[in-house]
Design a protein around this ligand. Structure first.
Ligand SMILES: Nc1ncnc2c1ncn2[C@@H]1O[C@H](COP(=O)(O)OP(=O)(O)OP(=O)(O)O)[C@@H](O)[C@H]1O
Ligand SMILES: Cc1cn([C@H]2C[C@H](O)[C@@H](COP(=O)(O)O)O2)c(=O)[nH]c1=O
Length: 189
């Protein structure tokens, strides 16, 4: 089973993944961008803001996803795979592009391997401001609060309209409360 955890920057994905590593020791933990050797290079290029074109940036993410699918997802489909982000982020962050067109591009990049379950951590505006203020922001985070909140709305729209089992969790809850909801969702048939 392939599960992805989604959410805008600082939603708490890494925090939960660190806990899940102990709960699911046999699972394959991975991430986008940067889950493969090529992906590490692509991630660095993207987050350093090397692409001036939004379309070029989107294709760098798609290249990362295609490599990640071939190298990590497909060989491990018989195991539990838990990924920090997936094509949902790919569609949500490519704000200017049409969702249907992006779904087609992502089917190509993933050879039709979308997650079986999606977990979305949803952050309030106040908590997003609070968490971003406490860290050094990369080139995407520097686009600001309104940009990230638009991405979050688009994530919700895509997740609600695509036919994949999902849960939307209030990311401002206590870490242990979120952890329990995620664990129950991953364990459920
Ligand atoms: N439930 C929570 N309540 C309060 N603070 C939290 C909670 N979850 C995470 N945090 C804090 O919020 C910050 C961002 O968390 P984390 O790095 O896990 O987010 P992320 O979604 O992985 O971010 P990014 O996408 O930017 O890598 C960290 O300082 C973390 O300690
Ligand atoms: C997969 C994917 C990611 N992004 C953005 C989202 C974040 O701002 C960064 C990744 O950093 P993180 O520390 O791993 O959260 O990239 C995107 O714009 N498009 C995508 O497809």
């Amino acid at each position: 089973m392939y599960v992805s955890i989604e959410g805008i920057d600082t939603a708490g994905k890494s925090t939960q993944l660190d806990i899940l590593r102990n709960k699911f020791p046999d699972a394959i933990f991975t991430k986008e961008p940067g889950g493969t050797a090529l992906g590490i290079k692509l991630r660095q290029m993207i987050l350093n803001g090397e692409a001036n074109s939004n379309i070029a940036e989107m294709f760098l993410f798609l290249a990362d996803r295609a490599e990640h699918t071939k190298e990590i997802i497909i060989p491990n489909l018989d195991k539990l795979i838990i990924s920090d982000r997936s094509f949902i982020s790919g569609i949500a962050y490519a704000l200017e592009e049409n969702i249907e067109k992006l779904i087609e591009l992502n089917k190509l990049a993933t050879q039709n391997n979308f997650p079986n379950k999606i977990i979305l951590l949803e952050l309030s505006k106040d908590e997003l401001i609070n968490r971003l203020s406490k860290k050094k922001n990369d080139s995407i985070e520097q686009r600001g609060i309104d940009y990230l909140l638009s991405i979050q709305s688009r994530m919700k729209e895509v997740i609600k309209n695509i036919n994949i089992n999902h849960i939307i969790i209030d990311a401002s809850e206590k870490i242990e409360v979120i952890e329990k909801q995620i664990e129950d969702f991953v364990d459920a048939k």
